[in-house]
Design a protein around this ligand. Structure first.
Ligand code: ADP
Ligand code: MG
Ligand code: MG
Length: 254
């Protein structure tokens, strides 16, 4: 079953073309990684999947579970099982993490026609999720992300992901401030939450991430397009030869 099909996607920001014909297909049960040099358009792609208003899609298509994703409002995408991790590390002073998580989860359940969980039932439900991310329950009574370290925010994002149980999890690792601990947390979360029914797209600048997560496919993005796809060995090759090697390969292929 195809979860996400991206065809010849082109997109602009402020009148500058960033995505230049991106193609990608993700099936149920697969873990994909997108790597590539800084500025190649990785974050732009994830923001477009999120429905970020600053980006204008100028051509191509994005089909999610048979629907035109680009026509859906951001909250509808979320409800339909698209999870975009980078949206969440905002700090919300005065709102406890457990209230925030329960409200998000109940909102989803409501749309699925399920009964909302009360505080006590949610408390039971969340215990097993805390174990998945190895998070201390004391984080539940703190304000959302307030004073959390980078690694703790990452852990909290993966906790949200564990609770919402998305069909397509998109994790955009921003290029700064991610230590090895945070990478490991993300990787463990993706590994533990992966099922034959769902899929993940992990966008990273770091080859190191792939020490912890073994994707089914690795794509290299360069200048707004995916220029090469391989398995985990491609990451090793990139580690050894760098991205410049690919540019030379691409020149030969062109
Ligand atoms: P990556 O995540 O691969 O490092 P980005 O998607 O963040 O790359 O950026 C791709 C290109 O788009 C870069 O050249 C960047 O400067 C440009 N870009 C991104 N956002 C904006 C913006 N809001 N205005 C102008 N240019 C932008
Ligand atoms: Mg799987
Ligand atoms: Mg980026």
């Amino acid at each position: 079953e195809v979860i996400l099909a991206v065809k010849d996607l082109t997109a602009d920001v402020d009148g500058v073309q960033i995505l230049k014909g991106l193609n990608l297909e993700i099936k149920a049960g697969e873990v994909h990684a997108i790597m590539g040099p800084n500025g190649s358009g990785k974050s732009t792609f994830s923001k477009i999947l999120a429905g970020h208003p600053a980006y204008t899609v100028t051509g191509g298509a994005v089909i999610y579970k048979g629907q035109n994703l680009l026509e859906l409002a951001a909250e509808v995408r979320a409800r339909e099982g698209v999870f975009l991790a980078f949206q969440y590390p905002l700090e919300i002073p005065g709102v406890t993490n457990s209230d925030f998580l329960r409200l998000s989860y109940n909102n989803l359940r409501k749309h699925q026609g399920l009964e909302e969980l009360d505080i006590i039932d949610f408390d039971d439900f969340i215990q097993e999720k805390l174990e998945i991310v190895e998070m201390n329950p004391s984080f539940l009574s703190r304000s959302v992300n307030e004073g959390f370290s980078g690694g703790e925010k990452k852990r909290n994002e993966i906790l949200q992901m564990a609770i919402l149980d998305p069909t397509l999890a998109i994790l955009d690792e921003t290029d700064s401030g991610l230590d090895i601990d945070a990478l490991r947390i993300v990787a463990n979360g993706v590994n533990k939450l992966s099922t034959p029914q769902n899929s993940s797209l992990v966008i990273t600048h770091y080859q190191r991430l792939l020490n912890y997560i073994i994707p089914d496919f690795i794509h290299v993005m360069e200048n707004g397009r995916i220029i090469m796809t391989g398995d985990k060995n491609l990451a090793l090759e990139l580690e050894e030869k760098g991205y410049d090697w690919l540019k030379e390969e691409e020149a030969v292929l062109a």
